[in-house]
Design a protein around this ligand. Structure first.
Ligand SMILES: *[C@@H]1O[C@H](CO)[C@@H](O)[C@H](O)[C@H]1NC(C)=O
Ligand SMILES: *[C@@H]1O[C@H](CO)[C@@H](O)[C@H](O)[C@H]1NC(C)=O
Ligand SMILES: *[C@@H]1O[C@H](CO)[C@@H](O)[C@H](O)[C@H]1NC(C)=O
Length: 449
């Protein structure tokens, strides 16, 4: 009798929260925590042992000793500059990070206007930037900086009210357990059970990242990585279950299809509005994500190019994750710092048209010069990323009314405009456009449709 009563009682207790199950239908149905879409801009940081050679890219080890045939540039770089037999792990003690000041880094990231920061906790080389108990002597506390880089940067970043995320590579190029599983056609999971998963669970509990930026998934299916089981725990029971967002790199074939927001491929640039929340990751150094000591100015994204990329990404519903590669000394190259502060200076005036906006019913028009639209409630923003050739700007898409008001962000007084047709379009008389480091300006349109 009591048991029956209890059963009845349980049947009427409403579920407190949805429980996810380890399948993509369930996991893909999880709503993305709202902070992420509102944030729009993040800073990506690629830092590791690869920052020591600072040559080629963060893929240096693989290009030198992994791929067949190896990259002759990397091979000759090593033979010309290092003693015979020098091995990649010997770079680790030279990862000094002696100038690393997380407060300074976080100040720069904050000044960029970004709302989140994603650091490589572990790249494909397998070196962890924290004292992973599963990465003995191949982590930043046992060797190199002798410091918890993930923890120290996290504290400084969070202190500035920025969200903190961690990049984690699933595969490790040269891990013997991984190579063994690979040889077995991924029918065995020794690497996943002994290294990857224990480390990942530990990392989440320890640092509570609000983004898990997964990578290095493509050689094996998600069933090998146990991705759905991990995400089920992450979304149901982890300490970040309510705020964490993840990307889509959880196994071969998952990109652009499963997970949280979609990265699709690196530097993904859709032509039209995607149906699913997405993020474009890209790098100030167009040739690398990690630091390169021989980078040239002409190989870097210029500020107006970055702003144009940010604007078109946000207009198409994306977030923009902009990468910088710090040096092994622990500095952010000043040219990267200048770019980030430039983005922040532009956002100081124009951020209203970026943060917490939604895509508008039309995302772009190109009557004379390209115009990107974003919206917030009843307000529409028209962002131009080039100086118009004339003192007027014609927009054909917005439908005006008698109460339509047009202003240029940064200048308080309304601008004169005339309708093009009775039912739509306007020609705006522009003021002298103030000079801006970003070479982009925003018209704010109130009472248009
Ligand atoms: C940042 O650190 C300072 C100094 O320790 C502290 O007073 C402040 O409350 C912190 N801010 C946040 C948002 O954690
Ligand atoms: C991995 O997935 C299998 C089912 O495919 C499950 O039995 C096992 O408990 C999972 N292990 C972990 C650590 O998630
Ligand atoms: C906008 O139009 C101009 C002139 O027709 C064209 O050269 C340019 O490529 C267009 N830009 C975009 C982004 O479509």
């Amino acid at each position: 009798m009591a048991a029956v009563f209890l059963l009845l009682l349980l049947a009427f207790v409403p579920p407190t929260a949805a429980r996810y199950t380890p399948d993509w239908t369930s996991l893909d149905g999880r709503p993305l925590p709202s902070w992420y879409d509102e944030a729009k801009l993040g800073i990506f940081v690629h830092w590791g042992v690869f920052s020591v050679p600072g040559f080629d890219s963060e893929w240096f080890w693989w290009h030198w000793q992994g791929q067949q045939p190896p990259d002759p540039k990397c091979v000759s770089y090593m033979s010309r500059n290092y003693p015979p037999g020098f091995s990649y792990p010997e770079f680790a003690p030279h990862f000094h990070a002696q100038f690393f000041n997380p407060e300074e880094w976080a100040d720069i990231f904050k000044a960029s206007g970004a709302k989140y920061v994603v650091l490589t906790a572990k790249h494909h080389e397998g070196f962890t930037n924290w004292a992973s108990p599963y990465s003995w002597n191949w982590n930043s506390v046992d060797t190199g900086p002798n410091r918890d880089l993930v923890g120290d940067l996290g504290d400084a970043v969070r202190n500035r009210s920025l969200h903190y995320g961690l990049y984690n590579s699933l595969y490790e190029w040269f891990n013997p357990l991984y190579l063994d599983d690979k040889k077995n056609g991924f029918k065995t999971q020794r690497f996943v059970m002994k290294k990857l998963l224990p480390e990942l669970y530990n990392m989440v509990v320890r640092y509570r990242p609000e983004v898990i930026w997964s990578d290095g998934d493509w050689e094996a299916p998600d069933t090998y990585w146990n991705s759905t089981q991990f995400l089920t725990w992450l979304y149901n029971d982890s300490p970040v279950k309510d705020t964490v967002v993840t990307n889509d790199r959880w196994g071969a074939g998952c990109a652009c299809k499963h997970g949280g927001f979609y990265n699709c491929e690196d530097k993904y640039t859709p032509g039209q509005l995607p149906k699913h929340k997405w993020e474009k990751c890209t790098s100030v150094d167009t040739l690398s994500w990690g630091y390169r000591r021989n980078m040239k100015l002409k190989e870097l994204m210029e500020l107006p190019v970055i702003i144009d990329d940010l604007v078109s990404t946000v207009a198409l519903g994306g977030n923009y994750l902009l990468n910088v590669g710090p040096t092994a000394d622990g500095t952010i190259p000043t040219v990267f710092e200048e770019r980030l502060r430039g983005v922040g200076a532009w956002l100081e005036t124009n951020g209203e048209a970026i943060f917490a906006t939604k895509p508008w019913r039309v995302q772009m028009e190109n009557t004379t010069i390209p115009v990107w639209y974003t919206s917030k409630g009843a307000t529409v923003y028209a962002i131009i990323t080039a100086r118009p050739p004339t003192t007027t700007l014609k927009l054909l898409i917005p439908k005006t009314s008698l109460t339509t008001k047009v202003t240029l962000l940064g200048i308080p007084s309304p601008l004169p405009w005339v309708p093009v047709y009775p039912n739509g379009g306007l020609i705006v008389l522009l003021p002298d456009l103030p000079s801006t480091p970003g070479q982009a300006w925003t018209l704010k349109l109130d009472a248009v449709q």
